[in-house]
Design a protein around this ligand. Structure first.
Ligand code: HEM
Length: 179
């Protein structure tokens, strides 16, 4: 996983829970990187899970909640990288389609070592988009947070739930986004 995801998480954790809690969590982790990350380097996915679990124990907040909160916090950072690709889009659902069809494709082109999830879309009703999330990283709750961050960006209210989840043993996640 890209170092930027780790440095972004450190920033979120410090801001949300304070420096003391964050340092305490890091102290409880055995990390081959020693907890030092460069944004463009690749680090083992397992380090991210170790850090999340350690913080979860310190701040008494579950993994899902932390990942969702982090996604919401991190959305503006990611958006600043991809904004030129989607400058004509003015609503959440069109933007969501562009994430898989344009943004993540460009991410892969410019950095073949980057790994982004597969997102497929189904819109059964005008106000409902069902996003099928597939990734060996099982970061669907991070995706939920990013979607909430995107809704804020487009000044839309969105409610999110999952009817299938890889974290519960399903082979993909179905993230329902209702506006
Ligand atoms: C609501 C919008 C978005 C969603 C739902 C989404 C989803 C995700 C998720 C869940 C991951 C974690 C990796 C995984 O699950 O396998 C990820 C990684 C990533 N996404 Fe997106 N994303 C969104 C917007 C963006 C935007 C705007 C950019 C801008 C360039 C972007 C670039 C990236 C990059 C660089 C990574 C890290 C790749 C790596 O670690 O190798 N995403 N995305």
């Amino acid at each position: 996983m890209k170092g930027a995801i780790f440095t972004g998480f450190a920033e979120y954790a410090e801001q949300e829970f304070g420096l003391t809690a964050w340092l305490k969590a890091l102290d409880n982790c055995e990390l081959s990187s020693n907890g030092e990350y460069l944004a463009t380097e690749l680090y083992d996915d397992s380090e991210f899970n170790i850090i999340i679990d350690a913080l979860s124990a310190i701040v008494d907040s579950d993994r899902e909640h932390l990942l969702r909160g982090y996604g919401e916090h991190f959305f503006p950072v990611l958006m600043s990288l991809g904004i030129s690709l989607v400058k004509d889009i003015d609503n959440l659902f069109d933007f969501m389609r562009a994430v898989d069809n344009v943004i993540h494709i460009e991410v892969q082109k410019s950095d073949p070592l980057a790994y982004t999830p597969t997102l497929l879309y189904d819109q059964p009703q005008n106000n409902l988009l069902v996003v099928r999330y597939m990734s060996h990283r099982k970061m669907c709750h991070f995706a939920e947070g990013l979607i909430l961050g995107a809704a804020t960006h487009f000044n839309q209210k969105a409610s999110i739930s999952q009817s299938k989840c890889m974290c519960k043993g399903d082979d993909h996640c179905l993230i329902r986004v209702e506006v």
